[in-house]
Design a protein around this ligand. Structure first.
Ligand code: 28F
Length: 647
């Protein structure tokens, strides 16, 4: 839909004169995509938002505090608000009721006349006729405090005159419609959670509004209803994002500030979590500006300035120190920036980016003044925030040093010098080469002796395992255990990852067949999955399967990979079998390790799938994350195994 309507002066009186009447609705049915983006599932849900947005406009104007959205049988949706009711008086230019104009004439309330509302998303106020055009039928009921009016439309055309169907002392609007399946050919089934997500967002952004979503469809297993009502507005939103992130608060307050100037309002709410991710959500007239814009960048810039200024003034930072950078300040930041303005200018048709400079200035001044005040009034909170930013800056500098070092290690050949621990193979052809990442030095020794040195490289790991979940990227670069892995593989990591540089076609994790070994495998899988995910996607990661038992009698011996297999061999050799349980890879000599685990002719290996990597990732997150309770339980249950893990 066009957003040009946003740039026109706003009328102060809301009445029939505010509407300028334009063309018919055939255009919408002919090219629905032009108006709602697509006729797929997204477009279908867009219809609901269009209707709800009109009710929200009535809320923003201060006349409505409750919106009910019901999903009914047969693809029917009903939206009810308790606003003033769409005007029913005769429209001066069209000579028909204004409500009929709103539903049957394209761009009514839009394009050149202004929406009639001071604050409107621009998709708002013009959508009713589009929804009508794309519906098999639509019925509107208006209560104006005296009478109840009703009108029906079919495929956008008036099907019955506006009629009085009763009396009332209430006010409000109800729109019931059925999306036309001949237009929405993919599906006309609404997804409750999709609607819930968007409506929840709207409820956060319009503090105090109540939006109720109700699933009344009889083919559903259970009825669902959500009452979305957040008195705290965007503060509640920040709290919600924090809860979903499963991280803890770093500072205890959600910092909130707001300001108004002329017809514009700005508000921000933010806090820092103990995590490392940054989540900044920005909105203009309740539309999510995915690509940010002036409001968001002003917030970020003024945050950096305010924190540096406070740091200098209260001696957290020295005059000659490098300033804290945005990255340092953004670590763990959760923020919601919401602005409402009359003349929102978006830089793209999709409204992903806000362009108004004046709103940027407003946000900037607000943060500069109010954050300085907040920090001075709350020295304890301020200290927590400053310490966090300064430690993040330290980590960033360490990461930079580690990267520089890594670059320096690269010899004149332009190739990286390989780690000392790596016993490389002769072949340089990744089609045939494999690298075994082996837990422990003694197992590493056996593997080096037992391997086929033509195609098999061995990298023994030792020392404390890195906790990937809590690790910052700098720790990964600097970690004595993981750096050799990264260097041996040759691909680089994160943004620099380049799979064409991979030095071995198969990357085999070889760990003891016990809980500890499983953890190390899970940590390595998680590491690859997070920092070099293509390795998992393209099936380069394997897990070696060493045997658990050796069953022997005299010169006969068999390796067993499970209890059942062990028992089978005991039977087979008959009486007096001796059974050796391998507690670790280190107990096998070079020949045994080759024969049982490394020989491509006889071994079996597990190829790690994305699902497995995801499961490992989830398990590691549980173990290493901030949730204390499940971790404690796990550690208690596995106490004897976990000394080796850095948790
Ligand atoms: C279920 C969807 O669409 N609610 C709406 C109003 C109220 C007014 C209005 C709407 C008038 C001139 C267009 C009432 N009284 N819910 C809704 N509630 N539209 S849509 O006016 C439309 C404008 O141009 C309204 C006084 N002024 C406005």
């Amino acid at each position: 839909m066009s957003n040009e309507n946003l740039n026109v002066p706003v009328t102060d009186t809301y009445d029939e004169n505010s509407i300028q009447v334009l063309e018919g609705l055939e255009a919408v049915r002919k090219r629905p995509g032009m108006y709602i983006g697509s006729t797929g599932e997204r477009g279908l849900h867009h219809l609901v938002y269009e209707i709800v947005d009109n009710a929200i406009d009535e809320t923003l104007a201060g006349y409505c505090d409750k919106i009910l959205v019901e999903l009914l049988d047969d693809g029917v949706v009903r939206v009810t608000d308790n606003g003033r009711g769409i005007p029913v008086g005769i429209h001066p230019q069209k000579g028909i009721p204004t409500v009929s104009v709103v539903f049957t004439i394209l761009h009514a309330g839009g394009k050149f006349g202004g929406s009639g509302y001071k604050v409107s998303g621009g998709l708002h106020g013009v959508g009713a006729s589009v929804v009508n055009a794309l519906s098999t039928w639509l019925e509107v009921i208006v209560k104006d405090g005296k009478h109840i009016y009703k009108q029906r439309y079919e495929k956008g055309n008036i099907a019955s005159d506006l009629e009085v169907i009763g009396d009332t002392d209430e006010t409000g609007t109800t729109v019931t419609y059925k999306a036309d399946p001949s237009i929405f050919t993919d599906t006309t089934v609404y997804d409750y959670d999709t609607l819930l997500y968007r409506l929840r967002e709207q409820a956060f952004l319009n503090a105090g509004i109540r939006i109720v979503l109700k699933d009344c469809r009889s083919d559903r297993e259970n009825e669902r209803e959500d009452d979305l009502h957040f008195v705290g507005g965007i503060k509640s939103y920040v709290e919600y994002i924090l809860e979903k992130s499963k991280k803890d608060r770093l500072n205890s307050d959600i910092i909130y500030m707001s300001t108004e100037k002329d017809d514009s309002q700005a508000e921000v709410a933010f806090l820092w979590s103990t995590g490392f991710d940054t989540k900044i959500m920005s909105f203009a007239n309740t539309i999510h500006t995915v690509d940010g814009g002036t409001h968001e960048s002003s917030f970020k810039n003024s945050l950096v300035r305010a924190i540096n200024k406070y740091g200098l003034k209260f001696k957290f930072l020295k005059e000659n120190d490098a300033k804290l950078k945005a990255d340092d300040i953004n670590e763990g930041l959760i923020a919601v920036v919401s602005v409402k303005l009359t003349d929102a200018q978006f830089e793209s048709q999709t409204k992903a980016k806000l362009g108004n400079t004046s709103i940027g200035t407003l946000v900037n001044n607000m943060v500069a003044e109010q954050l300085a005040q907040y920090l001075e009034d709350h020295p304890q909170e301020a200290k927590i925030i400053m310490d966090k930013c300064i430690s993040a800056a330290g980590a960033r500098e360490a990461a930079q040093k580690a990267r520089d070092l890594e670059r320096k290690k690269t010899g004149a050949s332009g190739r990286q010098r390989m780690p000392e621990k790596l016993a490389d193979c002769i072949s340089k052809n990744p089609q045939e080469t494999e690298i075994f990442i082996v837990e422990g030095d003694s197992a590493g020794g056996s593997a080096i002796k037992g391997r086929d040195s033509n195609t098999q490289a061995i990298l023994p790991l030792w020392g404390k395992m890195l906790n990937v979940e809590k690790a910052r990227i700098d720790k990964v670069y600097g970690n004595e255990k993981l750096a050799p892995v990264v260097i041996s593989l040759g691909t680089g990591i994160g943004d620099n990852f380049d799979i064409t540089k991979l030095r071995y076609g198969k990357i085999v994790i070889m760990a003891d067949a016990d809980v500890d070994g499983a953890h190390i495998s899970a940590l390595l899988m998680t590491f690859f999955y997070r920092f070099m995910p293509e390795l998992v996607y393209e099936g380069h990661i394997y897990i070696a399967q060493p045997p658990l038992f050796k069953v022997s009698r005299g010169k006969q011996h068999f390796y067993a990979f499970s209890d059942a297999e062990r028992d089978y061999y005991i039977q087979k050799v008959g009486g007096n079998a001796s059974v050796q349980r391998y507690k670790g890879l280190g107990e096998m000599d070079a020949d045994q390790l080759w024969e049982t685990t490394m020989d491509p002719e006889t071994r079996s290996m597990l190829r790690v799938t994305v699902e497995q990597a995801e499961m490992a990732d989830a398990a590691i997150s549980m173990l290493m994350g901030d949730e204390v309770e499940p971790r404690r339980e796990f550690i208690e249950n596995n106490a004897q195994y976990v000394q080796n893990l850095d948790i």
